[in-house]
Design a protein around this ligand. Structure first.
Ligand code: NAD
Length: 490
């Protein structure tokens, strides 16, 4: 791999190009766009700015590869998945460095979570497909069995916050189920998808089975969504873009799985395990600079412990080391891009205008070499009403609000009082309350006394404006296959 950090810490300028029909190839557009390292603000690489013609070529390659790939035995397809998983694992250090430089996330986090998880996504679905069975229904006079067949060419579109992790979360089940794929990573963080292209070549994945197109949402994403030969779109990103995709996909009757934005509540009751709750809440608020779709951003605390929580939470947030993502001690790295950085700061300003009190946070100052880095300190705001914009709109940064509540009913109403419904976290030692909350919270995922505890077999997704459909385990394999019932009279 040519992703090399030189001895003097300079990064080689790399050209990120497409992977089409088994080849690494530039866009026909001959245009390039910059890739910025958000920890320094420097452009360190370029990506090929692809267009509709590149998408057409990739779809043709995927169509040509479909027949052979879908007819491989399950064990053969599974073996390719496992080879990719092994290759990712063996390149942990390089991939983690690439992810950290591209995204601004702490290198330690990329090494511990992002890259191992990308590998386990391929391994998991490589194994899951060998256990994926379909139903049969005996009528006494006839037997029905259901075939689960791959759809054909499908598209996977992913965001920048967990680049390789979420890209592989879609591609792996799509390929394992026998589809061929045209995938698009975020233009903000294209590097590890490019490195995945090289891995696919190294492990000998048949040409055209996976195609990776680099480019913008307008240039590539919409061409993919509109392409008549794309049978299904698996998308993770903002609710705004998800709605655009749904509009295009609906009249063409394409299958869609839309994983979108969130405004996740944490409900903290006075009877919780306080120390465990506090440590986990710091993590669920500021991990990956608060740029995980599952981060809790509205923190509701039962009144008897509100003041104590506020004091301890602010102290812990202030103690987090913010800075160079490559430093071992860094807990909070850089915000992914300048537009996103500006957006987060505009919400901190909005919170003040809406009457919020900033307990800690705001912009950070940095030493020589990092003056142009995009850093925001962990920010905690109190004193806002639940229906203000700060509490209703997704900020997707290291910014949380805290609010007291008095009763279970009030807590539930506050938690459910947004248009989003991705995940939620409840802290209590009262079993009955925990089950009642789990039943009544409007979210696809409820964590009780934990956060981001993930089992890849479980359904993953949101309700309301957070999502349509589910990923994970057999849910993903079901999405990427079409059931066909066969009825035999006997
Ligand atoms: P985004 O919607 O701007 O972009 C996501 C992807 O869609 C990118 O690859 C982009 O190029 C592409 N895209 C843009 N316009 C398109 C179009 N018209 N047609 C097709 N594709 C298009 O999102 P983002 O800023 O990259 O990511 C942040 C968002 O992702 C947040 O809202 C976050 O909550 C969400 N997210 C959700 C989950 C989840 O599982 N629900 C997980 C991670 C991130």
């Amino acid at each position: 791999m040519d992703f090399i950090i030189q001895a003097n810490n300079q990064i080689n300028m790399i050209k990120v190009i497409n992977y089409i029909d088994g080849q690494l190839i530039e866009s026909v557009s001959q245009k390039w766009l910059p890739i910025v390292n958000p920890s320094t603000g420097e452009t360190y690489a370029q990506f090929t700015d692809s267009n509709k013609e590149d998408v057409n070529r990739a779809v043709t390659a995927a169509k040509n590869a479909f027949s052979e790939w879908s007819r491989l035995s399950i064990n053969e397809r599974s073996a390719f998945m496992i080879k990719i998983a092994d290759a990712i694992e063996s390149k942990l250090d390089e991939l983690a460095m690439a992810e950290s430089v591209d995204n601004g996330k702490p290198l330690k986090l990329a090494k511990r979570v992002d890259i191992p998880r990308a590998s386990s996504n391929f391994r998991f679905f490589g194994n899951a497909i060998t256990q994926f069975a379909s139903e049969s229904h005996d009528m006494g006079t006839a037997i029905n069995y259901t075939l689960r067949q791959p759809l054909g060419v499908v598209s996977c579109i992913s965001p920048w916050n967990l680049p390789l992790y979420l890209f592989s979360w879609k591609i792996a089940p799509a390929l394992a189920a026998g589809n061929t794929v045209v995938a698009k990573p975020s233009e903000v963080t294209p590097m590890t998808a490019f490195l995945l292209s090289k891995i696919c070549i190294e492990v000998g994945l048949p040409k055209g089975v996976l195609n990776i197109i680099q480019g913008t949402g307008e240039g590539v994403g919409s061409a993919l969504t509109q392409h008549p030969s794309i049978k299904a779109i698996s998308f993770t990103g903002s609710t705004r873009v998800g709605a655009e995709i749904a509009k295009v996909a609906a009249p063409a009757f394409k299958k869609v799985s839309l994983e979108m934005g969130g405004k996740n509540p944490n409900l903290i009751f006075a009877d919780c395990d306080y120390e465990k709750m506090l440590a986990t809440t710091v993590h669920s608020s500021f991990a990956n600079q608060g740029q995980i779709c599952l981060c809790g951003s509205r923190i509701y605390v039962e009144k008897p412990i509100y003041e104590k929580f506020k004091k301890d939470f602010v102290a812990k947030a202030k103690a987090l080391t913010v800075g160079n993502p490559l430093d071992e001690s860094t807990k909070v790295g850089a915000i992914v891009s300048k537009p996103h950085y500006d957006k987060i700061l505009s919400y901190i300003q909005l919170a003040k205008e809406e009457g919020g009190k900033i307990l800690c946070g705001g912009t950070a100052e940095f030493p020589e070499g990092f003056e142009n880095g995009l850093y925001i300190l962990p920010t905690i705001i109190e004193g806002l009403a639940n229906d203000c914009r700060t509490n209703q709109e997704e900020i997707f940064g290291p910014v949380v609000t805290i609010m007291p509540f008095e009763t279970d009913e009030e807590a539930l109403a506050l938690a459910n009082g947004t248009s989003y419904g991705l995940s939620s976290t409840v802290w209590t030692s009262n079993l009955t309350r925990a089950h009642r909350m789990a039943r009544d919270i409007e979210a696809g995922i409820v964590w009780i006394n934990t956060w981001l505890h993930r089992d890849l077999r479980t359904p993953f997704g949101g309700v309301k404006q957070s999502g349509v459909g589910r990923e994970g385990g057999f849910e993903a394999l079901k999405f990427f296959t079409e059931p066909k019932n066969v009825c035999i009279h006997y």
